[in-house]
Design a binder for this molecule. Structure first.
Ligand SMILES: *Cc1c(COP(=O)(O)O)cnc(C)c1O
Length: 341
């Protein structure tokens, strides 16, 4: 408690983002990807908010993530990475439903008498999923498949791969007895109703990420990092700030040292490029971001030791400034933040 570093989370923005994505999903159900601790915001908090708003399907990557969420009793908790031998006890306990990705996973699930499952088809990303030869071999015959899914490689671009993969998905699904189909992540929700099928799986855009221009102005920022000022100092013209002395004061400058650094996910790419915000004014980062500390220019302000500053974390802007992806900016948010509310 009382950490010098806070992550303010806006529940209204989170829920409004999910509702906007649900609207854009048309007749399809809109789920929520909450893997990687809800993209750094806190999976339990995200899931609680979205379940109350009506979300009925939640995606995590691993069984450890599912087990941690078990006390919430979420509807439709789904483990994307399937079942290894090591996962069988937990998987068979019914805490979540697996997405089977390989012939061996499918065989393992059948042999264990696992019951209802989901299946991932690979339609061109060449990541996880079964291919046409697996289907021809009968790898998923006899499974009780709820959702048949695939994943797009380039949904955030206007690429011919999108419609190619969609076409392959539809073709491969023919002859598979599945109750529902699902293809779209956040970016693919913005590709329109052809990509929504029965269930969409947004993650990034729930948290204010903007993977495609169509989502700008539709989703709002959810995560607001705030850091406390540990010291205010005057740096005289000609002096430098931070490791390797990369910033040289052109004039006398008032500098606030903030309790945030790259160990918190405030990456070194923000060195000389990030900014803090105070009463609408932008306070540029001066010199290198270090592990636990960052310096910003507070000249002409009354900001003092103990004050709190907002870090500019508008995701498209912060991504452009730092060179990190919007995904990395969210999932990197570290364990030293006090997450509020
Ligand atoms: C992470 C993930 C998603 C969510 O993707 P976003 O780009 O964050 O919307 C959807 N589907 C699968 C299979 C995923 O792994």
């Amino acid at each position: 408690m009382d950490a010098p570093l806070r992550l303010r989370r806006d529940p209204n923005a989170l829920v409004a983002n999910w509702r906007a994505l649900a609207r854009m999903s048309g007749g399809a159900d809109c789920g929520a990807a909450i893997k990687a601790d809800g993209y750094g915001l806190g999976a339990a908090w995200v899931a609680t908010m979205l379940a109350a708003a009506g979300a009925r399907t939640f995606f995590v990557a691993t069984w450890a993530e599912a087990a941690a969420l078990a006390p919430l009793g979420l509807p439709g908790l789904t483990v994307l990475h399937g079942v290894r031998d090591e996962d069988l006890p937990l998987a068979l306990s019914g805490v979540a439903t697996p997405v089977l990705n390989t012939g061996r996973q499918a065989a393992r699930w059948k042999a264990a008498g696992g019951g209802a499952c989901h299946v991932m088809l690979d339609t061109g990303i060449n990541r996880l999923g079964l291919g046409a030869p697996d289907l021809a071999r009968g790898a998923i015959d006899g499974l009780a498949i709820d959702v048949l899914m695939s994943h797009l490689a380039s949904a955030d671009e206007d690429s011919p791969l999108n419609s190619d993969q969609r076409g392959r998905f539809v073709a491969m699904a023919e002859g598979v007895a599945a109750k529902r189909m699902s293809l779209a992540n956040s970016a693919a929700v913005a590709l329109g109703p052809d990509y929504a099928f029965d269930l969409t799986r947004p993650g990034l855009a729930l948290y204010g990420g903007v993977p495609r221009a169509e989502l700008a102005g539709v989703v709002a920022q959810v995560a607001f990092p705030q850091a406390q000022v540990l010291q205010r100092r005057r740096v005289l013209a000609g002096e430098t700030v931070g490791y390797n002395a990369t910033w040289l004061a052109p004039a006398d400058t008032d500098v606030a040292i903030l309790n945030i650094g790259y160990a918190d996910g405030y990456w070194r790419g923000f060195s000389g490029r990030g900014r803090a915000l105070h009463d609408g004014a932008a306070l540029p980062v001066l010199g290198r971001v270090s592990m636990d500390l960052t310096a910003v220019d507070v000249t002409g302000t009354s900001i003092a030791e103990g004050d709190w500053l907002d870090i500019d974390y508008d995701l498209p802007r912060a991504s452009a400034a730092s060179g990190m992806s919007q995904y990395e900016l969210l999932t990197g948010l570290g364990g030293r933040f006090e997450r509020t509310p």
